[in-house]
Ligand binder design. Structure first.
Ligand code: FES
Length: 255
């Protein structure tokens, strides 16, 4: 289905630091709130002349009644630093919703994520209305602050940390086979670092479970026009992450 794309200025309703350098941004955008599907993203531009390219940011939450859309982003450079300095009442410019999101017809998916990859998964978990469990990975307890956000949205919440400061000690790829010993899932939905997605997709394949991945790629237009986000697929076709994705079947792409 092709959804309408809106280009609009959106007033900032709230901006909160969730963890060091990680911000939760809520903007007023009723049309985008109505149309956005889990896994889709917007191109976001802050109103500063020197930043020309828009930045892709996954939709983390929508409130259709209030007409608001939320994003979670990490401050990594000048653009996101300037974004973090904006106050409620100021505006950002957004284009979206863009791309294709996750399939929503699973009965009991396992959601797996690490780092900022958990942001679009938050919206997916909310839309699945507690049908899913989640496995959250991070280096340490400080990095899995996401637990509080997913607690209300998922059945079981599994945590792994590299240093063992919270939950299972080790990587998500080490924990997942243990979880699958006594839990059955009809899909695994993953977004995170490439190495995580590659490992999780391999385990999903070994267990015969369909797996969807959400790819992150440098983008320019976000509309399928400039080819800067093209990838090779296992079918031998080139596809565009911004238009054909960012969500793909793990079997379709090279991870
Ligand atoms: Fe231009 Fe994807 S960003 S085609």
């Amino acid at each position: 289905m092709t959804l309408p794309k809106m280009l609009r200025d959106a007033k900032i309703l709230a901006q909160q630091e969730l963890a060091p350098r990680v911000f939760f941004l809520v903007v007023e955008a009723p049309d985008i709130a109505q149309a956005a599907e889990p896994g889709q993203f917007v191109q976001l531009r802050i109103p500063l002349g020197e930043f020309i390219l828009r930045r892709p940011v996954g939709v983390a939450a929508v409130d259709r009644k209030k007409g608001s859309v939320a994003f979670i982003y990490r401050v990594v450079g000048k653009g996101t630093k300037a974004l973090a300095a904006l106050m409620p009442g100021e505006v950002v410019n957004i284009l979206g919703p863009l791309g294709h999101g996750f399939h929503m017809d699973y009965e009991h998916p396992l959601i797996v994520g690490g780092g900022m990859g958990l942001s679009p998964l938050l919206y997916y978990a909310a839309a699945m209305q507690k049908k899913g469990d989640v496995l959250i990975g991070g280096r340490s307890e400080e990095e899995v602050f996401w637990k509080d956000l997913f607690d209300e949205l998922c059945g079981e919440v599994f945590i792994s940390t590299d240093d063992g400061s919270l939950g299972f000690k080790g990587f998500t790829t080490e924990y997942l086979p243990k979880i699958l010993e006594d839990h059955k899932y009809d899909a695994i939905i993953v977004c995170g670092p490439d190495v995580m997605m590659r490992g999780i997709a391999r385990i999903a394949r070994e267990h015969g479970i369909p797996c969807e991945v959400s790819l992150e790629k440098r983008m320019a237009c976000g509309l399928g026009a400039c080819l800067s986000c093209s990838i090779d697929t296992t079918e031998g076709k080139r596809k565009k992450v911004c238009k054909d994705g960012p969500v793909f079947s793990a079997e379709e792409v090279f991870l």
